[in-house]
Design a protein around this ligand. Structure first.
Ligand SMILES: [Cu+2]
Length: 317
């Protein structure tokens, strides 16, 4: 009997030693995206509360910004990157390389999160693992969650594995941005649709229209082969509920104005669907204007629920 009890206790010790106290909540990011690094501290040190958490930002994550936490003092370390990264607004060759939250007290039986945002270099290969070492200090003792597996080694064998996430490729939502279409005084850019599940009754369409002329024009409707009708809808919050309504008389685009139809705002509403657009396809359709007439456009199809035509890789400016 005694032997059995000892064996059970022994197993318990092994299990707790292999259990990481510091983990990243988000396990995936795609090259070129913004990663939200949420370091979760799951336990203290041998029952003692955590008083300091230091996160190292590895090479390849640039433009890092830590999030302050009430009750904790935030300090950052800046340094040069090994490489220079291209951003939307220039290049980045240095930045935050570590951030430390200290002065708080996180009891052993509570959990908390320490967050940073960083750009993921677009040079990462899908399948790569990015390790984010974390130093955890308590009122007594501490842990250095910084072990990185050698090639062929299983991360589970490590005593104090560094929190990590994987680089994954996002399904390329849409083909390369099509050239803007000119129709009289109008410039029509990035017509796109959201893919719909089979059996869906409606599909949303989006587009950006600029009026470079001196007279207003009005978008009155749209067509695609798989829908019996295409109208303009508005979306607005009413008493905390999102409501859609047809825009009577169409959507006016004043001289010099750019109107963007986008998720959560004005949109094309295709109804009575006879087919379902699939992500990655293109769909030939038309937009109808009072002055510019009927303009052929090609809608690209983004995944179900996408908020932008190019998926998370594309930034809206
Ligand atoms: Cu609608």
């Amino acid at each position: 009997m005694k032997i059995v009890i000892q064996a059970v206790i022994g197993l318990g010790l092994v299990a707790s030693a292999a259990q990481a106290h510091a983990v990243l909540e988000r396990r995936q990011a795609s090259p070129g995206s913004t990663y939200r690094g949420v370091v979760q501290i799951m336990h203290g040190c041998d029952g003692k509360p955590t008083t300091k958490v230091s996160v190292s930002i590895p090479e390849g994550l640039f433009g890092a910004k830590p999030m302050p936490k009430p009750g904790w003092t935030l300090a950052t370390t800046r340094g040069a990157y090994a490489k220079t990264y291209t951003t939307h607004h220039g290049t980045a060759s240095e930045g935050v390389t570590a951030s430390t939250w200290s002065g708080g007290s996180l009891p052993d039986d509570e959990v908390d999160e320490f967050t940073f945002l960083a750009q993921v270099a677009d040079t990462f290969e899908p399948g790569a693992t990015v390790y984010v070492p974390v130093q955890q200090d308590c009122t007594e003792g501490g842990y250095s969650w910084s072990d990185i597996p050698k090639p062929g080694q299983d991360a589970h064998e490590l005593k104090a594995a560094a929190p990590a996430f994987r680089i994954v490729q996002v399904a390329q939502a849409a083909p390369a941005k099509a050239a803007p279409i000119k129709a009289g005084d109008l410039t029509i850019e990035t017509p796109w649709l959201r893919a719909t599940p089979n059996g869906a009754k409606v599909a949303g369409g989006y587009v950006r229209i600029t009026n470079t002329g001196s007279a207003p024009d009005v978008l009155t409707g749209a067509t695609v082969p798989f829908a019996k009708s295409g109208d303009i809808h508005s979306m607005s919050m009413e008493g905390g509920i999102m409501k859609m309504a047809p825009v009577s008389g169409g959507l006016t685009i004043k001289p010099g104005e750019t109107v963007e139809l986008k998720p959560g705002g004005f949109h094309l509403m295709f109804e009575d669907l006879t087919g379902a657009p699939k992500a990655g396809e293109t769909v030939a359709g038309t937009l109808t204007f009072q002055r510019a007439g009927t303009v052929p456009v090609t809608f690209s199809v983004a995944p179900i629920g996408a908020s932008a035509p190019g998926g998370p890789h594309q930034h809206q400016h």
